[in-house]
Design a protein around this ligand. Structure first.
Ligand code: SAM
Length: 326
């Protein structure tokens, strides 16, 4: 599938629920209603609807990768069933998930057994109080246990995502890189995007990828860039001053957008189709999935999405990440 700018789209980011137990101050507005957090909302795509859509994308359009996100994907009671069904699709797609990791201590081995290939884990701070302040949940130790459980289950390589916010966790970049060197996970430092609750106050809290690198420089002997491909991160293998090695990705979504390499489309849990993370939806796949699967209708929706996918993302986000899936 190619968009109007010639980019090949082979990666679906699928938000499977808008429900999430965390209240990350940059992601989920406190004003989001309780109904937006119901554990199974009627408008959520069902497992069979998701499988119909992904099968169509894999067989007709060469889809290579699906990332399950949210909201919090582990809030879906039928997540394991969904992963099992998606992993049976041929041609096979690589199945990954982004999670807050709170449930991973119990779920990691079942997720791997169901067919999940890899995992990204959000971790904004290694300090218990800062973690609580940023996420609204006193969950740091559970997340750390979740990372260990994911490693033990073989959900490797693990990428750990940190949104860097001036005045909150920007003093923790070195402890986070040190953590990556100790545990073997890849740390990915993400620039704050002007979406969600901090959008209005974005500039005062924004820390650029270049500033992040500058703050880490005193601890790093060598930065060795890795090939970027369609990855959002500028990845580096670094040798620390004490000789240890670590992997670090800097995601410069605002200061140096990677839109030219974008290979993604996004579907929200209510079926809204987003050709771009920061733009408005181009339609709803529900029109092609209910009351029964209609391949021609889905083709028309995809064709339209490809024709309106912008060359670069708009300056401010249309929606909030917890709805689209970051
Ligand atoms: N609940 C899961 C989690 O915690 O990873 C998945 C959904 S969460 C919306 C996905 C990612 O979006 C997280 O890594 C989060 O940090 C990121 N995110 C949310 N709002 C953001 C913003 N305004 N700027 C940059 N990244 C953001």
């Amino acid at each position: 599938m190619q968009d109007q700018h010639g980019r090949v789209i082979a990666y679906l980011r699928l938000s499977v629920t808008s429900s999430c137990p965390m209240r990350c101050r940059y992601c989920r507005p406190a004003t989001w209603s309780a109904s937006a957090n119901s554990s199974h909302c009627q408008d959520e795509l069902s497992v069979s609807e998701i499988v119909d859509m992904v099968t169509h994308l894999a067989t007709r359009h060469g889809l290579k990768k699906v990332r399950l996100t949210g909201g919090e994907p582990t809030d879906r009671a039928d997540l394991l069933e969904m992963i099992q069904a998606l992993s049976a699709i041929r041609p096979a797609v690589s199945l990954t998930m982004t999670t807050n990791a709170l449930r991973l201590p119990q779920m990691a081995s079942d997720l791997a057994a169901a067919g999940l290939n890899r995992i990204n884990i959000s971790l904004d701070s290694l300090d218990r109080q800062t973690f609580l302040k940023m996420t609204g949940v006193d969950g740091l130790s559970r997340v750390l246990q979740g990372i260990t459980a994911a490693k033990e289950a073989g959900l490797m390589p693990i990428k750990v995502n940190t949104v860097v916010i001036g005045g909150l966790n920007d003093g923790e970049l070195w402890p986070l890189l040190d953590f990556a060197a100790e545990t073997g996970v890849e740390i990915r430092l993400i620039e704050l995007m002007p979406m969600g609750p901090l959008a209005g106050d974005w500039a005062s809290q924004f820390v650029s990828a270049a500033q992040m690198r500058e703050r880490l420089d005193p601890h790093v002997a060598h930065w060795r860039p890795l090939t970027m491909g369609s990855d959002a991160a500028r990845r580096n293998r670094v040798t620390l001053n004490d000789g240890r090695e670590a992997l670090i990705g800097l995601i410069a979504a605002m200061s140096c957008p990677f839109c030219g390499q974008c290979d993604r489309i996004r579907v929200a849990s209510d079926g809204k189709l987003f050709p771009c993370l920061m733009d408005s939806p181009s339609g709803s796949v529900l029109d092609a999935l209910r009351p029964q699967f209609d391949a021609d209708r889905l083709e028309a929706l995809l064709e339209n999405a490809m024709s309106v996918k912008p060359q670069e993302h708009p300056a401010t986000g249309y929606s909030v990440m917890t709805q689209i899936g970051g």
